[in-house]
Design a protein around this ligand. Structure first.
Ligand SMILES: [Zn+2]
Length: 71
């Protein structure tokens, strides 16, 4: 079973890609897109890659779920 998070290296992505992920966000708290986030973490969980960060506006966790095409 793969119930555990497997850390991935967000910094291994290209600069362009990193910037896109940091800017193209959806925050549940702000209920707004593209507020932006900081402190990105990337991990694999149950076959899905997630990129998680802190919302620039409210500081809550912002989660981006990647579909297989984005890997
Ligand atoms: Zn927010």
């Amino acid at each position: 079973m793969q119930d555990e998070r497997v850390e991935r290296d967000f910094n291994a992505r290209s600069e362009e890609e990193q910037q896109a992920f940091l800017q193209q966000t959806w925050c549940d708290h702000c209920q707004q897109v593209n507020v932006g986030m900081i402190n990105p973490r990337e991990y694999l969980l149950k076959g899905t890659v997630f990129i998680e960060g802190d919302c620039l506006r409210c500081g809550n966790i912002v989660l981006t779920e990647l579909t297989e095409d984005d890997f």
